[in-house]
Design a protein. Structure first.
Length: 413
């Protein structure tokens, strides 16, 4: 019977109604603190995981993992593309011409980057075809001067599919009447939306139309490469440039989006650390709870000692009580946190549609909706950390209980 004493009495003390309502309140507060700490930690880490995922899939699915450029222009790009795709980690290559320009429609002007592409090749390195909301990349045909706009860019210009837009590029044309910027009228043949800042500053045209506009002949600006491992981009780019020699240069995704990726990773670590401290504070509230319980139960402890309970058994009673409070808080927190992590995107979308507000501006946060990705490895780590903190918080009060001297207590009873 004495072997089961710590478990039986520890659980009984958790369920028992106490004369001291303040102790009951502190016990409940400790459990709720753990619940909220664990739930918020799971939710926040899931949102940060979602940002990380969206950066990898949406943004880096549209932005080249690496690009090899030749300022003088590439003419033998097809043979080079075949050569590069045979390299380790390179899974796709596509030619491009990149041109910064200004779109003008009925007095509305908007700057954007225009990528000249070959649609059948572009699919090898970009997910834009999967995010077409109207039209298709196949509508980009040489000589037809069609263009695909980001949905936000089209909205800013006030145009849709079938409308015309004028593109002005920086290169000047010299005519008898003077020097004028080059411009060309395009027809909007499609719209894409990736829910990111690229929707407002990116457009696609056929590469041959852009060659004509830029007067590049048969040359292209470079090759965009798709890799099987984003984090190999730097080494792969450098090895390619070293092999090709002078006249070539390489840029990988870290030049344009690396700071954003590092910021997300740093924020995830810092927020995780901050919330872990909050969980620790909630866990160590159990210390004050158990200290008061031990003080309240001095007489019970003394009686148990006189009938044969060992200091180890007494210590076990209060460790069981503290761990039960902690485990209940952790389990409820896990349930609440997982539920919120799985539904937060829908909840935010509902609030936005109901109140007519928008929490995320794609121009600031690079995406327009709140993402969430629940990783069970994170949940396991949080549960383990919270349990360890709870266990540690029970040691001191339980040790104090084991040190109670029955003779000293019963003398005054």
């Amino acid at each position: 019977m004495l072997d089961r004493l710590p478990l039986l009495l520890g659980l009984r003390y958790v369920r028992a109604k106490r004369r001291n309502h303040f102790i009951s309140f502190i016990s409940l507060t400790s459990m709720l603190g753990l619940t909220l700490g664990v739930a918020v930690l799971i939710l926040v880490l899931s949102v940060m995981n979602g940002f990380d995922r969206e950066l990898r899939t949406r943004i880096l699915g549209m932005v080249p993992h690496t690009q090899i450029e030749k300022p003088a222009g590439m003419t033998e790009w097809q043979s080079l593309a075949e050569r590069l795709t045979e390299r380790e980690h390179v899974v796709g290559a596509a030619p491009y011409i990149q041109q910064q320009g200004m779109f003008a429609v009925d007095g509305r002007n908007q700057g954007a980057m225009v990528n000249g592409i070959k649609p059948d090749w572009e699919r090898r390195v970009s997910i834009v075809d999967d995010h077409m909301t109207q039209g298709s990349l196949d509508d980009l045909k040489p000589g037809e001067w069609n263009i695909v706009l980001g949905s936000a860019l089209a909205r800013q210009l006030g145009v849709g599919v079938g409308d015309s837009v004028t593109l002005l590029v920086p290169e000047a044309s010299i005519t008898p009447a003077g020097v004028f910027p080059r411009l060309k009228r395009f027809t909007v043949s499609g719209l894409f939306s990736v829910g990111a800042d690229l929707d407002a500053n990116l457009a696609y045209a056929h590469i041959e139309d852009m060659q004509t506009l830029a007067r590049m002949g048969d040359a292209v600006g470079g090759l965009r490469l798709e890799l099987d491992n984003l984090f190999k981009a730097g080494s792969v780019t450098q090895s390619i440039v070293d092999e090709l020699g002078a006249g070539y240069r390489g840029l990988d995704w870290t030049y344009s989006r690396g700071n954003l990726f590092q910021a997300i990773q740093m924020e995830k670590r810092m927020i995780g650390l901050l919330l872990t401290v909050i969980v620790a504070v909630a866990a160590f509230n159990i210390v004050s709870t158990l200290v008061m319980v031990v003080t309240d139960k001095h007489a019970d402890i003394a009686i148990l000692r006189t009938i044969g309970a060992t200091p180890r058994s007494i210590m076990g009673i209060f460790m069981v009580q503290g761990l039960t409070i902690g485990i209940m808080g952790i389990l409820i927190g896990v349930g609440l946190g997982v539920l919120l992590a799985l539904t937060v995107s829908d909840i935010i979308a509902f609030v936005e549609s109901t109140l007519g507000i928008h929490f995320l501006d794609a121009g600031v946060y690079f995406i327009s909706d709140l993402p969430s990705q629940l990783l069970w490895s994170d949940v396991g780590t949080i549960v383990l950390a919270a349990f360890v903190l709870t266990f540690l918080s029970t040691l001191y009060p339980a040790w104090r209980a084991a040190k109670v001297q029955p003779a000293e207590v019963l003398r005054y009873e």
